[in-house]
Design a protein around this ligand. Sequence first.
Ligand code: ADP
Length: 462
Amino acid sequence: MNTALSKESVLGALSAIRDPDLGKDIVTLGFVKDVKVADGTVAVTIELTTPACPVKDSMRADARKALLALPGVRDAQVTMTAQVRPSRLENKARLAPGVRNIVPIASGKGGVGKSTVSANIALALAKLGARVGLMDADVYGPSLPTILGATTAPGQDGDRFVPVVRYGVKLLSMGFFIPPGEAVVWRGPMLHKTMEQFLGQTDWGELDYLLVDLPPGTGDVQLSLCQMMPLTGAAVVSTPQDVALTVAEKAVIMFGKLRTPVLGIIENMSGFACGKCGNHEDVFGVGGAERYAKAKGLPFLGAIPLATAIRETSDAGTPIVEAAPDSPGGRAFTAVAKALAAQVSIAALAGPRDGKPEPAEVSRPAPGSLAIKWSDGHASQYTARELRLACRCALCVEEMSGRALLRAESVPALLDVRGVQPTGRYALHIAFSDGHQTGIYTFDRLRELCPCPECRKKAPAR
Ligand code: ADP
């Protein structure tokens, strides 16, 4: 009987097991490593894409069962490991090069518990074995040092920050640098500079996930971050009631415009169970975020109850995932962390999700021209001058009225492209030989501007 047992038959048995999130079997996904067959004993290692995999235990059990069902197998040992895959998006900016996935946590408005959720998810992922960083980009109301009970400031190594480590999570926050009673009153460029420092001049080291606690709303910090480097995707936190969801939708729309995928919606403050009498009350309602997510075709990552213990543990500097991991709140956060990690794996493996074409190759075939080969095979060739004239930056178009400020006769006839830089996952930043260098051209706009006859026919008015 033993002669029938081979590496191939082991892989054959394991190919019946699917990863429900990635939608393929674990052999095709390359998860099965180190197959050893000896004397009726089979040992395999299954390498998942995250240590926080929600189906880790059931997958191990299914694999054991499948192996034990093979003729000649008396014992089956299944070891589960994980290797978080880096996002397939190219990080040309080379900021935070050791960080595999950057995941902003956003909300439409303040007070919905975004920071509390960010902190607890970070801790849950670290407890599950991931390498996690938490960047507090909520510059106006940085609360993560308090929530994580971090009292010492980050270290400094030359001009680089060394994050504070709390509960296994690397933390950097504006809160460490603002004296008590002071407030940050900054314009966009200062915020941009700070985000650049936080990402690029910080020793994040090797991280599986860098969660970024964004300020509420859709402002400068969000834009800066999405422009600076490709983000794996964002999670949006909302309370369940319709008004909150209407505001949360603005964050969803913003990420859509910046081509940053929304990895899912988290419902916080979902129903209240009284700690004393057990009575259940839906203070802000319940289930609204899940319904919203379903209607928009977005993943729902889970619901966190409204619970006094969540607030108290955050106020005390030991979030509930650390203080009481088996409480309803602690368990809810861990489940959300696993669901988020699963979505990160999906996004990291799949690359761009909206299916829209992106530049695959940008070149300058001749002086005065720019060529783009698109991911869908289309090719565009522009003259530098027509791109320059189509610039919609604030120097070329009046922002409020849309009135053109650029005069065609002021643009030299012989113009060249000096430099092209990717801007996040949604645009190219183009600098020209006349010194103009503030033009950001979204991929959609560049497709609209494609001068080939086929595209001109489709979009005659530009
Ligand atoms: P945001 O970052 O959205 O402004 P915070 O995380 O600072 O919100 O939360 C606002 C307040 O609500 C804090 O006092 C926090 O402890 C509390 N809070 C957040 N989530 C919950 C929850 N699920 N149950 C109870 N209190 C919560």
